[in-house]
Design a protein around this ligand. Structure first.
Ligand code: CA
Length: 475
């Protein structure tokens, strides 16, 4: 079943000029749709009502889901914040331009989707977290956004600063450092709503990148009180405020009578980490890993009359697809000079093409990597292990099939090597070698389906001594 409705009700804007008292000349044209990306930060796959959460309350996001189509096999291009956003906003695997790790900027050689929309008459705004480069050359205002209200770095506190400082995590409006009132998640929704009201006559593109529910775990007293005694009280309260803020934005679209012609997508930039108590069930792994829990994220797309309501789309899709999908929806035919890695979803969702938008997807945060091909998945962690899973009957990546499917496993490794052979060296470095070692042991535990034994570099020395003793005892 197609998800884009085949019989589309077009929003028609009619401009009529009175030529005389009796004759009217009417010019009819379709107004391009507004586009809003609602991006959550570090939210778990299972932590929304529309994805089955029983203990976290998300009525407004669930309503959005019921008005649109929920994707169940949607992936971001990296399991951590910076590279995931780099892939999303350029429509290209971020490895193509060296932005493999957090804090690697997106170079000017890449054309962000905001730049295309701005050049095509859209009013453009980014709210919230940026995390795509600290220098002036990488600032949102130089990357296609008319308006920027947010912070440049990767995380910040949710309450006003005691004093306004000029650093990456300070709030700013178009380069000028500012403070705010109340709670940041609400504030970002208010600011986006103000922009919507001001620009309702234009087509607009809004990138609303909440830092919720990334650490630090901070919620308002009122929201905490609503979840008194909850086993994940802070996350529940922060998720509740995220939901309230999204509800506010959606209500503004309705109040301004533009919700029919506005495409809204909602998703998380990566899987939930352990640090914020999120849940990626039923998937294995967390933020930063190449198991499904790292990069398969909750996803909704809503576009009244054009996208099916109350529907699910279960085929393999990527955040890399949003760029070409939005260009097509906006009627922008000129493609950016750099080849996009995603595909426009329209022919897939309206039933013209029955196959999945992607047969294969790849991930790499060196030295960790993964490949999906249909329901097959390989995960590789160098000397710490590797796995081959069939998700059609093993969604939790538990049964390692390498030994019985060596030929297919090796073919997928070859496909992966061909994919990465095109890339330049990353422009920055990843985590410290000690962190990478910790992560290796974490992978080892995950491959072996056992509890994680080590969580931080501080534990490394004692952990390795223990391993050494165990080895000697077993001799
Ligand atoms: Ca994140």
């Amino acid at each position: 079943m197609g998800t884009f409705k085949s019989k589309q009700t077009l929003k028609i804007f009619t401009t009529c000029f009175a030529i005389s008292m009796l004759i009217f000349s009417c010019k009819t044209e379709e107004k391009p749709p507004n586009i809003i990306i609602l991006l959550a930060d570090d939210a778990g796959y299972a932590d929304f009502g529309f994805n089955g959460s029983k203990d976290l309350k998300t009525p407004n996001i669930d309503k959005l889901a019921s008005q649109g189509t929920v994707f169940t096999d949607f992936h971001v291009s990296a399991g951590v914040c910076g590279p995931s956003r780099a892939g999303l906003i350029t429509g290209r695997y971020q490895h193509r331009f060296g932005a493999e790790y957090n804090e690697n900027p997106v170079p000017k050689s890449e054309i962000m989707m905001s730049e295309v929309f701005q050049a095509n008459g859209y009013k453009t705004a980014a709210f919230g977290k940026w995390h795509l480069g600290y220098k002036e050359a990488h600032h949102p205002n130089t990357r296609g956004f008319d308006e920027f209200y947010g912070f440049i770095g990767g995380h910040r506190h949710y309450f006003p600063d005691k004093e306004v400082k000029n650093n990456g995590n300070s709030m700013q409006r178009n380069g000028e450092y500012v403070n705010f009132e109340g709670y940041l998640t609400d504030d970002l929704g208010y600011k986006a709503s103000d922009f919507i009201k001001k620009n309702k006559e234009n087509p607009f593109f809004i990138y609303l990148a909440y830092n919720a529910v990334h650490t630090p775990m901070e919620a308002t007293k009122e929201d905490m009180a609503l979840f008194k005694g909850h086993s994940r009280q802070k996350l529940a309260a922060m998720t509740w405020s995220l939901d309230r803020s999204i509800g506010h934005v959606m209500q503004t679209l309705k109040d301004e009578s533009i919700d029919d012609n506005t495409i809204v997508v909602f998703f998380s930039d990566n899987g939930g980490p352990t640090s914020n108590t999120s849940s990626n069930a039923p998937f294995k792994g967390t933020k930063g890993t190449e198991f499904e829990g790292g990069h398969r994220v909750p996803f909704i797309i809503k576009w009244n009359d054009k996208i099916k309501a109350n529907a699910k789309y279960t085929k393999l899709t990527s955040a890399l697809d949003l760029y070409p999908t939005f260009l097509k929806a906006a009627g922008i035919t000129e493609q950016p000079k750099n080849k996009l890695d995603g595909v426009a979803w329209q022919p897939y969702l309206n039933g013209e093409i029955d196959e999945a938008p992607h047969k294969q997807l790849f991930w790499r945060i060196n030295p960790w990597s993964a490949v999906r091909e249909d329901s097959l998945k390989i995960v590789r962690a160098g000397k710490f292990g590797e796995g081959f899973y069939n998700l059609s009957n093993d969604i939790g990546e538990v049964n390692n099939l390498i030994e019985e499917n060596k030929v297919t496993f090796e073919r997928l490794v070859k496909d992966y090597e061909a994919w990465e052979s095109e890339f330049p060296e990353p422009t920055g470095i990843g985590r410290s070698p000690k962190w990478e070692e910790v992560k290796g042991y974490m992978y080892q535990d995950m491959f072996n389906n056992r509890p994680i034994r080590i969580h931080s570099p501080g534990q490394l020395k004692a952990f390795k001594e223990k391993l050494k003793k165990e080895e000697e005892n077993s001799k």
